[in-house]
Design a protein around this ligand. Structure first.
Ligand code: DMJ
Length: 643
């Protein structure tokens, strides 16, 4: 049965509804939404018409109902004995009136259906009249809406937690004009480093200041994650470079995406990105940093899926597949890498109320506590499959360094409540002092490296951070040896200063020896470089805070001038390949830690102590300040992470 209402009312025929892949072969995916929309439109027109047509179908039941109704009304007036005809007039009259009403009703319905149908067809035709660009624009808008919705879902505000004491975040202006001038000079250097990165490397991980383009290394994976932006944020903030801070925040908000098929170093991403984001959050209060830190942390968690729970060194942010560095002893994970997660992960649990992060790092700690340690020393390598040590190599420099630092800082960050961490630190430092720390013939205290029962009399630039660590750990040390540890810190600071002072450029080499008449000097050509590292300046700053001996500011200023003279180029700052050469060549890399650490520690060295006071802030190993979680002013005891 056909109904006239189903035929097109206008003479124009609809063009074929081919908006799919064959219509726009390049936009197969993007047309799907529009196609669905049109089909839906036509379907709804069809349903409307069918619904309307329903009233015109010769439906006997309906007619019967009408008849019955009429009969019901007419029965009292029908004199059957006289035959219907006599009453026919009455009947005809009654039927005629009703038929008229009926016809009117039908007409009204038909008009309505016609109007609806025309409207639906007009809309469909309008849609089809749109150009490809217009359709694409509509689709893009729809897509954006979906993305925004997803984003909103992803960035749901985290449960509010009481913030720890956030004091001393924008003060520290020195009264002495000379010190103020020096501090301003350091701020100017920061601006030079940032502005050039902004101009030539924006969004890349680091900058090549001579080639004037972006730079990256495998620690950041293969995607542009803006490492310099994230690492530099808190330095910008404390220096009062707020426009630059906002630029960085905007980039992070719009571009920092962790759903990338990229294999990154768990350690580096933790200390630079999570540490940097958390510090930026605490300093500025901007939620975006906290949200990004939590998102990123979620991407690192699969790295812990190993038979022992000791994480892989690297993880693919998209697939979650982890593995270790090819060069590491017997497939091992590295002590300084899996042992440098604690501070950030405790803060993540604190801010989210989710104990998962805390549990991961506590599991590592418990496992280490149970293991035998040769001579009380922690080897640098641990196999995450077997839970056994790899090569017996112990270092307070590369591969070991920040593990010890984080034991001490876990205790400090817990408002000195985490006694387990303090004990592990004290035990480790005692073993280090006994087996690794020596005095050279010339009276320089140095920290060597333990390799299979043998002490290598060589110290790395990285090891120089330990001077600051000893000073920081002096208060609260076992047997009240605070004076001893402060003295040890001062001796290491002195040795490291010598390693700078004995070079042509007055910048320290990567590693230096205490052997065969050589003291605090690099011997091998491939250990003579300086890559803008912070550790020596970091120790000067801690020593300054604890002693206020002016020599630390003097040494810090020497380093500032040397960096400005030999590492500054018009496109930023570069490392140098040989600190003993009067005509050094550049390595053409502006490391992100130069902005995060080196310039920050210099700035703090020339600021008053009320800028980021050490009673309230603990610096992670990338110099990102995280607040002490005082039990008194937080809900730590009620936080599931701490139960
Ligand atoms: C920084 O990334 C961190 O300080 C890390 O702990 C080791 N060293 C580099 C800078 O030298």
């Amino acid at each position: 049965m056909t109904t006239p209402a189903l035929l097109p009312l206008s003479g124009r025929r609809l063009p074929p509804l081919n908006l799919g892949a064959s219509a726009f072969p390049h936009h197969r995916a993007t047309l799907r939404l529009s196609e669905k929309f049109i089909l839906l439109l036509i379907l709804s027109a069809f349903i409307t018409l069918c619904f309307g047509a329903f009233f015109f179908l010769p439906d006997s039941s309906k007619h019967k109902r009408f008849d019955l109704g009429l009969e019901d009304v007419l029965i009292p007036h029908v004199d059957t004995s006289k035959g219907g005809k006599n009453l026919g007039g009455f009947l005809i009259h009654g039927q005629g009136h009703d038929e008229h009403r009926h016809r009117e009703e039908e007409e009204r319905l038909r008009n309505k259906i016609r109007a609806d149908h025309e409207k639906a067809l007009e809309e469909a035709k309008e849609k089809l009249k749109k150009s490809r660009d217009e359709i694409q624009a509509e689709i893009q808008t729809e897509k954006n809406k979906v993305v925004q919705e997803l984003k909103k879902k992803d960035s749901k505000p985290l449960p509010p937690v009481p913030l720890p004491n956030l004091i001393g975040i924008n003060s520290g202006e020195p009264a002495d004009p000379d010190i103020r001038e020096k501090r301003n000079k350091i701020k100017e250097m920061m601006k030079h480093a940032w502005d050039n990165y902004r101009q030539y490397g924006w969004g890349h991980n680091e900058l090549k200041p001579i080639a004037r383009k972006g730079h990256s290394t495998n620690i950041f994976g293969n995607s542009q994650m803006g490492a310099t932006i994230v690492d530099a944020l808190d330095t910008l903030y404390i220096m009062g470079l707020h426009d630059e801070f906002r630029e960085g925040q905007e980039w992070i908000d719009k571009n920092l995406d962790f759903s990338v098929n990229s294999e990154v170093s768990v350690f580096e991403v933790n200390i630079r990105f999570i540490g940097g984001l958390l510090a930026a959050y605490y300093l500025s209060g901007q939620e975006v940093f906290k949200i990004k830190a939590v998102q990123l942390a979620g991407k690192l968690l699969p790295a812990f899926n190993t038979p022992t729970g000791i994480p892989w060194a690297m993880v693919n942010l998209k697939s979650g597949v982890g593995r270790n560095w090819g060069w590491a002893s017997a497939g091992s994970s590295i002590l300084a890498e899996f042992g440098t997660l604690h501070m950030e992960f405790v803060h993540l649990s604190y801010l989210t109320g989710d104990p998962v992060y805390y549990n991961k790092v506590m599991h590592i700690r418990k496992l280490l506590q149970k293991m035998d340690r040769p001579n009380g020393l922690y080897p640098n390598y641990l196999n995450p499959r077997t839970g056994r040590w790899g090569q017996h190599h112990t270092s307070v420099g590369g591969l070991g360094d920040s593990f010890y630092e984080y034991l001490l800082k876990a205790w400090l960050m817990s408002d000195k409540m985490d006694m387990e961490a303090r004990k592990m630190y004290d035990d480790a430092i005692e073993a280090i002092e006994k087996h690794l720390i020596r005095k050279s013939n010339g009276g320089l205290t140095f920290i060597g490296e333990w390799k299979n029962g043998h002490l290598e009399r060589k110290m790395g630039h990285l090891t120089c951070f330990a001077g600051g660590m000893f000073a920081l750990g002096a208060d609260g040390s076992r047997d009240d040896k605070a004076g001893h540890y402060l003295q040890l810190g001062a001796e290491i600071a002195h040795t490291c200063h010598e390693s700078y002072d004995r070079t042509t450029l007055k910048l320290g080499p990567e590693a230096f020896k205490f052997d065969g008449g050589v003291e605090a000097v690099a011997v091998r050509q491939n250990e003579k470089y300086y890559i803008l590292r912070p550790e020596v300046i970091e120790t000067y700053w801690y020593m300054w805070r604890f002693t206020h001996d002016p020599k630390y500011r003097q040494w810090g200023w020497e380093a500032t001038q040397a960096i400005d003279k030999y590492c500054r180029v018009s496109g930023g700052f570069s490392g140098v390949k040989d600190v003993y050469s009067s005509s050094p060549t550049y390595d053409d890399v502006q490391q992100s830690f130069f902005l995060a650490e080196t310039l920050k520690y210099l700035y703090l060295l020339f600021s008053n102590d009320d800028l980021l006071p050490l009673d309230n802030w603990v610096f992670n190993t990338e110099a990102h300040p995280l607040p002490v979680l005082h039990l008194a002013n937080t809900t730590l005891s009620g936080n599931p992470a701490y139960r």
